[in-house]
Design a protein around this ligand. Structure first.
Ligand SMILES: O=P(O)(O)OC[C@H]1O[C@H](OP(=O)(O)OP(=O)(O)O)[C@H](O)[C@@H]1O
Ligand SMILES: O=c1cc[nH]c(=O)[nH]1
Ligand SMILES: [Mg+2]
Length: 210
């Protein structure tokens, strides 16, 4: 299967990513920008949504217009940090259902520990957009995708703000069917497996807790 990584080059996405990278950007602005970036990314990845023709009556005449043909969508944030992207996407796609996968990366072993999972009952019939600001070693995203597939999901996209090659390779290896959409591919990981330069701990910066 062809490996799929899409980097968003849209100037608004790149500009906003630059602001959230700055250490001096506080939680309020960080949260707002993460949602705005997620919304812009959702706009781009929904370019291929199917449309159907319907007839409507304008005040002047009958005409044929386009309507979304009702493809079922879902958003699945990887908690905590993925929660920061949900409202932005929902503002464009309000009918999407929202599932949740709770995972944290053990700071010593870097292993992804699952603590929560709830998906739409018809997950297998939906296109699911799994969201997390960071794709670092890829352990969390890989575990989340496994957990989601175990519950029936078949059609999945992974959407993140920044990534590194290591995490992308891990997803390609473990989940070659899942295309990756990212705002940037950073040079690498530091000694604590944080993305370098990245923007630090996304969950901590969104919610102000450690
Ligand atoms: O690719 P990985 O090496 O697995 O790292 C990425 C994960 O780390 C962060 O979550 P974290 O473990 O900090 O949990 P949190 O969202 O609760 O802060 C981030 O939001 C990803 O889920
Ligand atoms: O850089 C990183 C790596 C993992 N998790 C984060 O929140 N940031
Ligand atoms: Mg965190």
């Amino acid at each position: 299967m062809e490996k799929h990584v899409h980097v968003f080059h849209h100037p608004l996405i790149q500009h906003k990513l630059g602001i959230i990278r700055e250490e001096s950007t506080g939680p309020k602005e960080f949260r707002e920008l993460v949602n705005e970036i997620a919304k812009l990314m959702a706009y781009e990845i929904t370019l291929d949504l199917p449309l159907t023709d319907v007839t409507v009556q304008t005040p002047v005449a009958k005409t044929t217009v386009k309507r979304l043909s009702g493809k079922k969508l879902g958003i699945v944030p990887i908690m905590r940090a993925g929660l920061g992207m949900v409202d932005g996407i929902l503002s464009l796609i309000p009918v999407a259902k929202v599932g949740h996968i709770g995972l944290y990366r053990d700071p010593e072993t870097l292993e992804a520990i699952e603590y929560y999972a709830k998906l739409p009952e018809d997950a297998g019939e939906r296109e699911l957009i799994v969201v997390d600001p960071m794709l670092a070693t890829g352990g969390s995203a890989s575990a989340a995708l496994t957990a989601i597939k175990k519950r029936g999901a078949k059609n999945i996209k992974f959407l993140c703000l920044i990534s590194v090659k290591e995490g992308i390779d891990r997803i390609h290896q473990d989940h070659p069917d899942v295309p990756i959409y990212t705002g940037a591919i950073d040079p690498g990981l530091n000694e604590k497996s944080y993305i370098d330069p990245g923007f630090g701990d996304a969950g901590d910066r969104l919610f102000g807790t450690k």
